[in-house]
Design a protein around this ligand. Structure first.
Ligand code: FAD
Length: 416
């Protein structure tokens, strides 16, 4: 039985562990925290957004970014750092801000999304994951700008599979009456009924427990991974605060920190932290809280009902590896949610959270061989790591078994 060490107990590492075990391998997970899902996977937006995958890097985004930076409650903040990794990432991001590149990446991510949807369903059935607040309410993307709405509806493939439905302002209100408080100035929306939501942290916790049902599971070692021992060109062991861990194969699924661990091998990973915030507040009344999951396109704010709470996620702050919960950003988010859904939740009780999206410049994760024998990469999932976790885990499991990837890899779904 092949033994694989997976570094990282976030949603990407844990799903990787599950699919490897399911394929008959032995697995050890290494996680520095005493609990799983304490990094970016903790209080994210909770959206399983398999169809709405277009990356941030797109034509026109650099110009929009200038406007966003000037808006007090805008979605973007930038603080220049004396860190070459920030500038290198930004230059590469700008290189990806082209319509053709965005189209190619979106196409590949749609294939990964479809695989992820199917794989998430299989995992939840087989692992019997029930208490994860999964629902399939569909996703409504709202547009306030008429021209933006026209462009977005124009992108829907009329001969396509009918996933996306353009909706007038009136139809948006019929679908989601909770929008009545913020409907003025709404141009329209695009509804995708197949999209889902779930509690990512609860998913991680339940999945970690489910791993124990496999005979090949060798446990979660609480340790800080520090680097790799390479012997005759192949990774032979992981060096960690708990000692040296040998295995046949190693998977780096440590989110943002994957770049630091690759650096110990003298290799660069183009991953940069895009800081985001969330608020989680108890729902006040059923009819005033949105039931469908809502994305406010221009403000870049997501709303998802997770159990009896409303989760709001927003902001892209390019400020380095900084997890402080900024009072000014939370105040901005509060202003936005009180204007959009004033009666939906008990905002006084909202719990704020900040997380770092491990983002690549193209918006596609880094999946596949690392370039050092025996070491594989599953990292850089950016804004959609919960969504893509199961598909990425399937891809990596097939590659480790010597099988072809079930979705096309290459530019736009990066192999390092
Ligand atoms: C505000 C916000 C909203 C979001 N909303 C959504 C959403 O709605 N839908 C969606 O799909 N995605 C969303 N995301 C993105 C998603 O949360 C991330 O892409 C995903 O959590 C990344 O998972 P990961 O396992 O790669 O990283 P992490 O969850 O950060 O896990 C990495 C793990 O590795 C461990 N680790 C790191 N270094 C070491 C080391 N040296 N030794 C041992 N362990 C180590 C860490 O402790 C951590 O547990 C959002 C993110 C943010 C910040």
């Amino acid at each position: 039985m092949k033994h694989v060490v997976v570094v990282g107990g976030g949603v990407v590492g844990l799903t990787t562990a599950w699919f490897l075990l399911d394929a008959g391998m032995a697995v050890t997970v290494v996680e520095r925290h005493g609990r799983v899902g304490e990094g970016a996977s903790k209080a994210n937006g909770g959206q399983l957004s398999y169809r709405y995958v277009s990356p941030l890097a797109d034509e026109g985004v650099p110009m929009k970014a200038v406007r966003w930076l000037m808006d007090r409650d805008g979605p973007l903040r930038f603080r220049p750092e004396a860190d070459v990794r920030q500038w290198r990432w930004l230059l590469s991001f700008l290189g990806n801000c082209r319509a053709k590149v965005n189209r190619q990446t979106t196409e590949r991510l749609l294939a990964l999304g479809a695989l992820s949807r199917e794989s998430f369903g299989r995992l939840c059935d087989e692992a019997q994951l029930h208490d994860i607040a999964w629902r399939q309410p569909g996703k409504l993307v709202l547009y306030r700008d008429v021209e933006g709405f026209r462009r977005a509806t124009g992108k829907i493939d009329p001969s396509g599979d009918g996933h996306e439905h353009p909706m007038s302002r009136r139809q948006c209100l019929e679908l989601e009456p909770a929008l009545s408080d913020s409907a003025s100035g709404l141009a329209g929306g695009i509804f995708t009924p197949s999209e889902a939501v779930a509690d990512c942290h609860a998913f991680c916790t339940a999945l970690a427990a489910a791993l124990r049902s496999f005979a090949g599971f060798r446990g979660i070692v609480q340790a800080e991974a520090q680097g790799f021992d390479v012997e005759r060109g192949r990774v032979a062991a992981l060096r960690s605060s708990a000692g040296r861990l040998g295995a046949d194969e190693f998977v780096l699924a440590a989110g943002l920190q994957s770049r630091d661990l690759m650096q110990t091998l003298g290799r660069r990973l183009p991953i940069y932290p895009l800081k985001g915030y969330s608020l989680t507040a108890p729902v006040r009344a059923e009819h005033t809280a949105p039931s469908v999951s809502v994305t406010d396109f221009e403000r870049k704010v997501l709303y998802a009902r997770i159990g009896n709470s409303l989760r709001v996620a927003a902001m892209v702050d390019i400020v380095g590896e900084n997890l402080a919960i900024g009072a000014e950003r939370i105040a901005s988010l509060m202003r936005i949610v009180r204007a959009s859904f004033p009666r939906a939740a008990d905002w006084e009780q909202a719990v704020p959270w900040a997380g770092l999206r491990p983002a690549t410049p193209s918006g596609a994760p880094i999946l596949g061989p690392s370039g050092v024998d025996g070491l594989w990469l599953n990292a850089g999932h950016g804004a959609l790591g919960f969504t893509f976790s199961c598909g990425s885990a399937r891809v990596l499991t097939d590659l480790i078994r010597g099988r072809p990837s079930p979705v096309p890899l290459g530019r736009g779904l990066a192999v390092a």
